[in-house]
Design a protein around this ligand. Structure first.
Ligand SMILES: Cc1cc2nc3c(=O)[nH]c(=O)nc-3n(C[C@H](O)[C@H](O)[C@H](O)COP(=O)(O)O)c2cc1C
Length: 173
């Protein structure tokens, strides 16, 4: 592409899909206590003091109002074991929580106990950004495990191969 060419949505999508990321399932409960959630790769760490993370949610998402008004939400960084669940949480209208292994945390939010990493967040700030909303959360609790997180790259899930002797990613020689 030359610098005079207009950026198309396809070109932008293609460029963004070339950035490997982890995958999260982000959950909350709406004002009626109904569980809500979506799959997000737009998750990242923001600040150490205070400990902040962010995730971007499409304004058109069904769960948008629940997250906009929710005071607490959970981020689950998932392993390969949960890629089918991530696909389900990326499907509008799906019965997302049915037989999926969630249980209520101490505040009634849907917790996936065997996720690779679990973060509990208090809503810290909400910013509008184009057709998405940036949810900034203050992390009040973080639980890690030995599970290896999955990787999303070029619209596919990829296992992250680790050397079992030292836990370091195996890269081609
Ligand atoms: C790997 C993956 C990553 C995604 N990341 C995001 C994201 O960061 N933000 C977002 O709004 N949607 C993302 N989506 C799409 C949403 O998960 C999907 O549109 C979801 O159904 C929205 O929630 P809703 O069912 O309440 O509308 C992603 C989908 C996949 C498969």
């Amino acid at each position: 592409m030359t610098s005079t060419e207009t950026l198309t949505m396809e070109r932008f999508r293609e460029a963004m899909s070339s950035f490997p990321s982890g995958v999260t399932i982000v959950t909350t409960a709406d004002e009626h206590g109904t569980w809500r959630g979506f799959t997000a790769s737009s998750f990242c760490s923001v600040s150490m003091r205070p400990p902040l993370v962010l995730v971007c949610l499409a304004n058109t998402a069904e769960c948008h109002s629940a997250f906009r008004s929710g005071e607490r939400w959970l981020v689950h960084i998932i392993s390969d074991e949960h890629t089918d669940l991530a696909k389900r949480f990326a499907t509008r209208g799906a019965d997302k929580f049915a037989d999926a292994g969630f249980s209520a945390d101490d505040g009634g939010l849907p917790l996936l106990a065997d996720a690779a990493v679990k973060l509990t967040c208090d809503t810290y700030a909400i910013h509008s950004a184009g057709d998405h909303t940036i949810l900034v959360g203050r992390v009040t609790r973080a639980e890690t495990s030995e599970q290896t997180p999955t990787v999303y790259y070029r619209r596919r899930f990829h296992p992250l191969a680790l050397d079992s002797s030292n836990g370091v990613p195996i890269s081609a020689p």
